[in-house]
Design a protein around this ligand. Sequence first.
Ligand code: NG6
Ligand code: CA
Length: 516
Amino acid sequence: MKSRNYAGISLLASLAACNSATAETVQKNSTQDLKKPNVIVILADDLGYGDLKCYGAKNVETPHVDKLASEGIRFTNAHTVAATSTPSRYSLLTGEYAWRRPDTDIAAGDVKMIIRPEQYTMADMFKSAGYATAAIGKWHLGLGDKTGGQDWNAPLPAALGDLGFDYHYIMAATADRVPCVFIENGKVANYDPSDPIEVSYTKNFPGEPTGKDNPELLYNLHPSNGHDMSIVNGISRIGFMKGGGKALWKDENIADSIAVHAIDFIKQHKDEPFFMYFATNDVHVPRFPHDRFRGKNPMGLRGDAIAQFDWTVGQLMETLDQLGLTENTLIILSSDNGPVVDDGYKDKAEELLNGHTPSGPWRGNKYSAFEGGTAVPVIVRWPQKIKKTGDSDVLMSQIDWLASLGALVNARLPKGSAPDSYDRLGNLIGTDKTDRPWIVEQSMNHTLSVRTKDWKYIEPNDDPTTFMKAEKIETGNLNVPQLYEMEKVNEQENVAEKYPKKVFELQTILRQVRNK
Ligand code: NG6
Ligand code: CA
């Protein structure tokens, strides 16, 4: 790693220096513990900082997640790398900032696999340390080796087996994007040879109904913005697809399907260390929870989807309990980006908020350069090691999880891999309260921000959209530098002109990170 000096301080080097101490501590501890911990990363979709009861949510009960938090550490200043799914997940799984690559924006359902097979991933890291590895749930990082025109009726030429995952059971993209099928180990799960699958993101297939032309065929969840292409299970989506037959998922069963596959994986690997990347569809649109969760709280479908997420977490916790694995399993629970209320379907999420604030105290939501885009809940539980439970306000970014978990399992990361990930294991398990000196956040339009404990700098950009009308979200875009005093008034007053030296300092960090 190159390091550059500014005013006598090498910012990147100082960050690197923090790491080695933790690594040594971990090495010493881990030789005492013969059995490596299982690691489960639970990643919710679009779950906001304020969407869990233990983070102050109104109108919804989340008893399982609350229990997890009460038995571990609840982080109050933790961030995703990006304010949308694809770049956020790319960064989490590779330890490389997504903005270093041009092809990591919100992915269509027919793009080729974005993480290249030769790239080092979190799964590779665990595999190298002797773990069984799995990815279950939402993927949204492309599959196969060509964009558009992929043959979904044959084994995919590139899939998660090439990225270090021994097993995968995933949604190809998102629930609102075709193809609406699960992929199991590189093939459509429950493939139905009598109804071959065709997918296009450019044109419809002759005679196939769409939400735009055939709204009478829609179930009672109509689009409010976009989402008016192919109709699958009475819900119109982004993109066109034909066929699928019995392989098509039922939206109300998605949570059950992924829970069942996760539980099976845990049971199969109960006697060896395992790593599971478990990414729920909840609470992304279309919100279509199972009947068991419908009508249970005043927030309607969005609240029901949060309850379904909580149930899913409970299922994993119960399985670990039954198998006696709770003590030595490290669970990290978080979200891929901040929350959104109306994300394109008329599900009454906005009308029924009833005083609930999905992003908690933060300004902005999903997509935004403001904190609401990337500030998310993070809960870490590992009963065997984390004895001091409670809150941690340490500044944290998901970019560091790969290197930190690598330190945990004594993995040797190959040179050049996970270039932006630093070992902050001590932060993650509560033994080190030193803040990361800075983190970098990415908004939907690639505006980068630098956040320190006390400050936030948002770089100027030319995008004239300051407000996304359909989603009712403040983007944080402005054509001049923005600087906020975080500890004082959050992101309310732009003080860039008042503190030019601070602006310069944070710009310098951004320049160094960009040029690394
Ligand atoms: C947007 C979609 C939104 C959601 C988002 C990706 C429209 C109008 N909006 O383009 O519904 O799918 O992409 O969300 O189509 S993410 O959490 O997977 O990044
Ligand atoms: Ca998301």
